[in-house]
Design a protein. Sequence first.
Length: 450
Amino acid sequence: MAKEYIDTLKELISNKDSVLLQESLSKLHPADIAEICSELDIEEARFLYRQLDNEKAADALTEMDEDLRKELLEELPSEAIAKRYVNYMDADDAVEIIRDMDEEQKEEVLAHITDIEQAGDIVDLLQYDKDTAGGLMSTEMVVVNENWSMPECLKEMRRQAEDLDDIYYIYVVDDDERLRGLFPLKKMVTSPSVSKVKHVMSTDVVSVDVDTPIEEIAPLIEKYNLVAIPVVDKINRLVGQITVDDVMDEVREQTEHDQRDAAGLTQDVESDDSVFFQTRARLPWLIIGMLGGIGSSMLLDCFSTTLGAHPEMALFIPLLAGMGGNVGVQSSAIAVQGLANNSLNPHHIFRHILKELAVALVNAAILSVIMYIYNMLVHGQADIVTFAVPLSLFVVVMFASAFGALIPLVLERMNINPAVATGPFIQIINDLSGMTFYMLISMLISQLFL
């Protein structure tokens, strides 16, 4: 939002001008209101939020950052949360808010929900793990029976649609509530009124089980160009649907989580978090990085004789360490991306490693030749550095490529998030290994020259 507009709202809040504030907020989308609240301090956000009508307040709450949402709700009694917000939410949005509450507050909020059917849906959804299809799905959808005639179907669709904001698909079930197919709206117009739904429905329907992990749902929606996907239980009964906007929210959160892992952050960190919180989130990987640096210095100390005899070798240590880290991160990033979009099968480790080594062989050969030419032009003679640096560079690139590609695949097989391999972990290992290769190759060549 424009800074001038935010400043205007702050002035209205400071003056406690509820009338003008309500008039200004009435024209905004709930997502814009959520964004504005994130720009205000918590007391200003609370005052602004109290000016919203119940329906818009509920919609804005679902759009907010989780931390801000908790701050806004923490001073409210459970009855107010239920009657002012939850009553105006879809069950899946309400679950997202209630799930993080302690058991006592959950029970209090549920007890004050006026719509018993909605409360039952929320209780049902709370039983699922939040990282599965069951934990993400919504129970609000239009469902018709395969044995209904066209007039019956139309009447029931109208009744169900009254309580829904959006309709993505019409799902067809049998008498046991098992998913049978989709009902194309075009058939409502073109089919005779005596036709039954089962004679005109489409049986080509993609569904997911309630226990399907969230990360497997987004590729399905992308592959089949869906705007929603039905969720079924173990005996194929329709229990809900997941819409594309819900999936995108989860994909965004997972991407942010992977970025934090790759950057070496152990917790969800925002720029406005306290110094203590940010320090706690950053320090663990920094300590590991420092230990890696200590390991490198100890390694160099072991080869102090070689470095003492040929001090010019030290000039190329940063180059080899940097190249190893860059190549390793590239290889691991490609592997992580392939695992994320299902273009890389974790069971085909050997095939992927061979391909990565083939690419590394070409890159290593080109880089080594360039390095050799550079050394010959600069030094003008065939000494230890001239041969050791290109040869070490070749080995470092080959090792870093194989290691960077292999680690994410191994972590995936061990059910560990492979994104952790793309950050400091790869950098530290490649620094140490590159240093070791350089020193050992230099020693061998030094002996040959002697």
